[in-house]
Write a protein that binds this ligand. Sequence first.
Ligand code: M1P
Length: 193
Amino acid sequence: MAAAAAARKTAGVLALFDVDGTLTAPRKEVTPEMLEFMKRLRENVTVGVVGGSDLVKISEQLGKSVITDYDYVFSENGLVAHKDGKLIGTQSLKTYLGDDQLKEFINFTLHYIADLDIPIKRGTFIEFRSGMINVSPIGRNCSQEERDDFEKYDKAHNVRPKMVSVLREKFAHLNLTFSIGGQISFDVSVLNS
Ligand code: M1P
C-alpha cells in the first residue's frame, strides 16, 4: 500500500519547506489549513521540511508526529536528518569541538553578552543543540513582544552582525559557520567540517 502510494508520486521531485516564516509564523504553531495542504501535497510529491530549531521545537510547531508526517525532516538546519520517521544522520558539535574548546567558546560568548548594553535582557542566552549552539543576546525566553522589539533594535544597531564578526575572528581556527536566520539569535554550527 505504502509502496503503491510512493510509486504514484512524481518521481525525482522533492518539495522542501522551511519552517519559521514559511510553514508557520516564526516560532508559532502550524495552522490546520497549512497541515491539510501539506498532507495533500505529500500524496503527489516527496515532501521535506527543514528548520533551524531542534526537533523538539519543530514538533511543537508542526505536531508530535512530524517525523512521520513528512518524508524528510531536517532539524538544526539539516544537522539532524530523519527519513520516513527514522534518524539517518546527525552531527555532534560536542564531538567535533571537544569540551575544552566548547567551554572556551561558551565562556567567551557569555562574557560578551554580559558586557553588551542592549535595552533588555532575559534568560537562556545559549541553547546547546546536537549539531549547533544557538546564541541569543536578549535571551531565548523573552516574550513575543520583546522578540519583535529586539528584531527592530538589531536592524538599527547590528547587535548580532557585530557579535558574529567578533566571534568569527576570535574562533577562526575552529572553522565554524555562523548563521543569522531568525529574529533574536544566530546559529553556530560545524557545517563546514
Ligand atoms: O528557523 C529559524 C531560526 O529560528 C529561531 O531563531 P530566532 O529564535 O532567532 O527567531 C531559532 O530556532 C534558530 O535556530 C533558527 O535558525
